[in-house]
Design a protein around this ligand. Structure first.
Ligand SMILES: Nc1ncnc2c1ncn2[C@@H]1O[C@H](COP(=O)(O)OP(=O)(O)OP(=O)(O)O)[C@@H](O)[C@H]1O
Ligand SMILES: [Mg+2]
Length: 555
C-alpha cells in the first residue's frame, strides 16, 4: 500500500469527496436534497427528470426565489447556507436544509450545471468534481427560479458507484423519496419523468381546506378512492396531528405506504410506527396492516433534527406528549368513524381468552402517554411481556458446553443453553421499542444475499432496529443494530433472516445461527435474571432434575 509517511492536510476537494458520502450515499439521497432546496426556496412548481436511476442524469427545475448571481459560487461551497446563522437556529428551523453541505457534496461527485435567476439577475455555473469550470452572468430574466443538471454521478468515486448496482432497489428507493415529497406538499405541482419518457403530472391542490388538499394528493399518489380513506385531526398544546388510514389492508408490501411527516419532513421513527399500527389495529384483519400517513406539526423547539446527516431521524424533547397525541387522534378516529366494526368484533368473541385479548387491545388504545412510567408499561404491554426476575440466587452451578446445571433451594435444575438464547433473543427483540437505542456500525459489513425475499424481510427487520442497505442484487450492508442484541452475533442473525422465507411477523424469525454460539457465564447469569424460574420451566428451557435423573448418571 502506498502510504505517505508524513501527516498532511488533505486538499479541500478530497475532503469534500469523502464527506459527500455522508450526505449523498446514493442517487435517492441526492434527489431528496435537491427537492428540499426547491421547497425551501418557496417553489410552487417542480420539474424533475431522472435518467438511469439518477446515475447518468438528474435534472430539476423550480420556480423558487432563485440564487443571486454573486452568491451562486458560494452555494456550492461547504458550510455555505442562507438558512441559519447561529447554532441555536437549528432548534428554530423553518427550512429543510441548514447544514450548507448538500450542493457542495453533489458538486464534488458529479458534473454539474446550475442556472439560477434571482430578482431578474441570471447566471450559470459549471462545476466538475468540485472544481468550478466557469461562472457566467447571463443578464436579465423576468421570472425567478433554479435549474440544476447533475450528470455522471459518482464518476470520480468508482468505489461508491460499485455499491449502487441494483437498479430495481435504487428505483424503489427513489420512488419512495419522491412519494414522500408528493404526499407532504399537495399545494406544489410536480412533473416527474423517468428516462426522458412522458411526464407524470401531479397538479397542485390549492383548496382552502388543507384536508381536501392532502386527500386529493393522496388519491393521486396512492391510487386510492377518497371513500377508502379515513381522516382525523387534532390540535393540542401547540402540536397538530393529522392521520389518514386506509380502510383496506395490504398483506404483501406492508411497509410501502407507511409515511410519517414531522413539520413536513419525512422521517422514520420506530416507536411512532408501532403506536400507529397498534392504535389502528382493529381497522384491519388480524396480522395485516393498512396504509397510513401521519402528519405531525410541532413547534420547532420541540424537536432536534440534527441527529443524523440524512435528517430522517428526529429526537423529540417531550416524547410522551407526541406519542399521546398520535394515539389519541387515532383512538378518536376509531371511536367516531370505525365504531360499528369494533363492536361487532367484541360481540363475535365467544371464548374467554379472546375476549380478554380484545379488552386488552382496547385498553392500549385508550392509553394516555402522560408519564415516562406509563410509556414504559405501554411498550411492555404492547409486546405481552412482563419483566420478572429469577428471584432467589442460583447456587453451585456447573457450566457445560450445552447445558447449565444448578441448584436452587436444594433443588437441582438443568438449563438448555441454546433454547435459552433463542428465548432471550426473542424477548429482547420483542421489547426493543422500550429502548429504541441503536448502535451504528462504524464499518458496515457486507451480507451475502442468496434468496429472493431479502427486500421483503428487511422491512420487518427495520422495525426491530436493523438498518440494512441493499448495495447490489446479492449483497447488503448492515448499518445499525439494536443495542440490546450486541452480545449476540447480530451479523449472522441478519444474514439468516434476510435469506429465508418471507417473514410475516415475529414468529417467523429463526435462530438457527445460535447453534455455534456460546455466551460467557457471567453474561448468561445476568440474562437469566430477567426471567422467573416458572416461566423458563413452562417453556421447557429449564427442567427440574429428580434424584432418579441424577442417580441414572451413575448407573
Ligand atoms: N433550488 C434552490 N433555489 C434557491 N436557492 C437555493 C436552491 N438550492 C440551493 N439554494 C441555496 O444554496 C444554499 C446551499 O444549498 P445546500 O443544499 O448546499 O445547503 P442548505 O440547504 O442550506 O443546507 P443542507 O446541506 O442541510 O441542505 C442554500 O442555503 C440556498 O440559499
Ligand atoms: Mg439543502
Amino acid at each position: 500500500m502506498n502510504v505517505s509517511k508524513r501527516i498532511q492536510l488533505l486538499p479541500e476537494h478530497i475532503i469534500d469527496q469523502i464527506k459527500a458520502g455522508e450526505v449523498i450515499e446514493r442517487p435517492s439521497s441526492l434527489i431528496k436534497e435537491i427537492l428540499e432546496n426547491s421547497l425551501d426556496a418557496g417553489a410552487s412548481s417542480i420539474n424533475l427528470n431522472i435518467v438511469e436511476n439518477g446515475l447518468s442524469l438528474i435534472s430539476i427545475e423550480d420556480n423558487g426565489k432563485g440564487i443571486a448571481s454573486e452568491d451562486l459560487p458560494l452555494a456550492f461551497c461547504r458550510h455555505a447556507t442562507s438558512k441559519i446563522s447561529r447554532f441555536e437556529d437549528v432548534y428554530r428551523l423553518h427550512s429543510f436544509g441548514f447544514r450548507g453541505e448538500a450542493l457542495a457534496s453533489i458538486a464534488s461527485i458529479s458534473k454539474l450545471t446550475c442556472e439560477s435567476s434571482h430578482q431578474k439577475n441570471k447566471s450559470v455555473i459549471k462545476i466538475e468534481g468540485g472544481e468550478t469550470k466557469s461562472h457566467t452572468h447571463l443578464g436579465e430574466q423576468e421570472s425567478s427560479g433554479t435549474k440544476i443538471y447533475i450528470k455522471d454521478l459518482f464518476y470520480n468515486t468508482p468505489v461508491r458507484m460499485k455499491f449502487i448496482q441494483s437498479s430495481k432497489a435504487e428505483k424503489n428507493q427513489i420512488q419512495k423519496i419522491i412519494k414522500s415529497f408528493l404526499l407532504a406538499n399537495p399545494k406544489v405541482e410536480f412533473k416527474i419523468s423517468w428516462d426522458n419518457l412522458d411526464k407524470e403530472i401531479y397538479p397542485a391542490h390549492t383548496h382552502s381546506n388543507a384536508q381536501d388538499n392532502f386527500l386529493a394528493r393522496l388519491s393521486d399518489v396512492l391510487n386510492f378512492k377518497r371513500e377508502d380513506l379515513v381522516w382525523s385531526e387534532n390540535v393540542y398544546d401547540g402540536i397538530q396531528c393529522k392521520v389518514v388510514l386506509s380502510k383496506h389492508s395490504n398483506r404483501g408490501n406492508a411497509h410501502k405506504n407507511h409515511f410519517l411527516f414531522i413539520n413536513n419532513r419525512y422521517v422514520q421513527d420506530i416507536q411512532l410506527h408501532k403506536i400507529v399500527l397498534n392504535s389502528a389495529k382493529s381497522l384491519w384483519p388480524e396480522g395485516e396492516t393498512g396504509h397510513y400517513v401521519v402528519y405531525l406539526n410541532l413547534p420547532s423547539d420541540e424537536i432536534d433534527v440534527n441527529v443524523h446527516p440524512s435528517k430522517t431521524k428526529i429526537k423529540f424533547f417531550t416524547p410522551p406528549k407526541v406519542f399521546s397525541m398520535v394515539s389519541g387522534t387515532i383512538n378518536h378516529l376509531m371511536a367516531t368513524q370505525i365504531q360499528p366494526q369494533k363492536e361487532s368484533g367484541l360481540q363475535n368473541t365467544s371464548n374467554q381468552d379472546s375476549l380478554l385479548e380484545t379488552q386488552r387491545e382496547v385498553n392500549y388504545r385508550n392509553f394516555e402517554f402522560n408519564s415516562d412510567n406509563k410509556m414504559q408499561s405501554y411498550f411492555e404491554n404492547l409486546h405481552g411481556q412482563e419483566q420478572t426476575q429469577l428471584t432467589s440466587a442460583i447456587e453451585s452451578e456447573i457450566n457445560l458446553p450445552s447445558f447449565l446445571l444448578f441448584k436452587r433451594n436444594d433443588q437441582s435444575y438443568c438449563l438448555h443453553k441454546q433454547k435459552f438464547y433463542s428465548y432471550h433473543l426473542a424477548f429482547i427483540l420483542n421489547q426493543k421499542s422500550i429502548n429504541e437505542e441503536t448502535i451504528p456500525l462504524m464499518v458496515s459489513r457486507p451480507i451475502k444475499i442468496t434468496g429472493k425475499n431479502a427486500k421483503h424481510n428487511e422491512e420487518f427487520l427495520s422495525q426491530l432496529g436493523f438498518e440494512i442497505d441493499f448495495i447490489a442484487e446479492d449483497s447488503a450492508l448492515l448499518r445499525t443494530f439494536p443495542k440490546q442484541i450486541q452480545h449476540y452475533p447480530y451479523l449472522a442473525f441478519i444474514a439468516e433472516q434476510l435469506n429465508k422465507k418471507k417473514i410475516n411477523g415475529f414468529n417467523d424469525l429463526s435462530f438457527a445461527f445460535l447453534e455455534d454460539f456460546e455466551m460467557g457465564q457471567h453474561l448468561l447469569m445476568e440474562c437469566l435474571k430477567q426471567f422467573s424460574l416458572t416461566e423458563l420451566l413452562d417453556e421447557k428451557i429449564i427442567v427440574q432434575l429428580t434424584d432418579r435423573n441424577l442417580s441414572q448418571l451413575y448407573e
